[in-house]
Design a protein around this ligand. Structure first.
Ligand code: ADE
Ligand code: ZN
Length: 347
């Protein structure tokens, strides 16, 4: 228990969770596309949607596992055609993130979802990058992009995507690995991650969302990633837990996503507290907030209410989010100082 964190009345905890400065490190920008914006963009691009109303579309968001979500998520992203569409989607996310006191956001995007439909790489990256630049000026959110390879596609296609993106290499800081996990272990992408490491990109990968602890091991030892996205299945492997704790390898945990995709059907059963209590550098993120019923502060407040986490956990989660981020040591210190100030003065 850190001496700084005094006990806090249960009815004041949600306010503290909302107000604390935080970094969001696991958000798929295509997963921030709200049904209202899907309809608006479809109309702007003269496209038909197979749902009569926004409410009908939202009702289709009943998922049984990761794949059942991905099918509808890729369909939703098909309304993104022009650079302005990508800008508008990201701008809407930044407005919500700023309201949740997110001061740093490291944002995934899935270029293959768009280039496969004939949308040019520069359309995707330029639209998202312009929104990142404006986010700083308009909302005070410091943002960076991470390009994700789709793991249900081949490593050769990942290499082609990397080639297409390299002319814009100053507009994204790293690469990740997402999409259907089971049957697509990290080692399938060993060579392309090795190349990305040589090129100086930061490396992350989804592992241990639905997949076994072995996928977390290979993300670490074969891909050499610096963070594990999700990683909640790690708690099934005591040796892996020790390794993650010793190295302070961050796990970007997404509780509402795990609940909606039936990894933990009840939020009360989520292992976030277990990960923190074992000394892991876990933090809270929203994953695909438009599909999973909430942005980052909804993830915090609902998870704390369901699991009984306390102010000490809140403090640790906020600090971990900056420790795990790809910002400078000086920026980390500045943000964590702000976290400490809030916890000292909140009562
Ligand atoms: N793409 C968007 N959300 C994802 C998730 N939760 N897991 C894997 N790929 C994704
Ligand atoms: Zn994800």
């Amino acid at each position: 228990m850190n001496a700084l964190v005094k006990p806090i009345a249960a009815d004041r905890l949600p306010e503290l969770l909302r107000r604390m400065p935080k970094a969001e490190l696991h958000i798929h920008i295509e997963g921030s596309l709200e049904p209202e914006l899907i309809f608006a963009l479809a109309q702007r691009n003269a496209m038909a949607i197979p749902y009569p109303t926004v409410e009908d579309l939202r009702k289709a968001y009943a998922f049984t596992n990761l794949q059942s979500f991905l099918d509808i998520y890729y369909a939703g992203a098909s309304v993104l055609i022009k650079e302005q569409d990508f800008y508008d989607m990201a701008h809407a996310y930044f407005a919500r993130a700023a309201a949740d006191h997110v001061v740093r956001a490291e944002i995934f995007f899935d270029p293959q979802t768009h280039t496969a439909r004939g949308v040019a790489m520069d359309t995707v990256i330029n639209g998202l990058h312009r929104a990142c630049v404006d986010a700083k000026a308009e909302f005070g959110v410091d943002a960076a992009l991470i390009l994700c390879f789709l793991r249900h596609l081949s490593e050769e296609e990942a290499f082609e995507t990397l080639e297409q993106a390299l002319p814009y290499r100053d507009k994204f800081i790293g690469v990740g690995l997402d999409s259907s996990e089971l049957g697509h272990p990290p080692e399938k992408f060993a060579k392309v991650f090795q190349r990305c490491k040589q090129l100086g990109f930061r490396l992350v990968a989804h592992a241990g969302e639905e997949g076994p602890p072995a996928y977390v091991w290979s993300a670490l030892d074969v891909l050499k990633v610096e963070r594990i996205d999700h990683g909640v299945q790690s708690s099934k492997d005591a040796l892996l837990m020790q390794r993650l704790a010793k190295d302070r390898t961050p796990l970007t945990v997404c509780p509402l996503s795990n609940q909606k995709l039936c990894v933990y059907p009840n939020l009360a059963d989520h292992n976030l507290g277990q990960l923190l209590d074992a000394g892991l550098c876990a933090m809270v993120n929203s994953d695909d907030p438009a599909y999973f019923g909430g942005y980052i502060n909804d993830n915090f407040t609902q998870t704390f209410a369901a699991t009984g986490l306390n102010a000490q956990h809140a403090y640790q989660l906020a600090r971990n989010s900056f420790e795990a981020s790809f910002i400078s040591a000086e920026q980390k210190r500045r943000h964590t100082d702000h976290v400490s100030e809030l916890f000292e003065t909140f009562y």
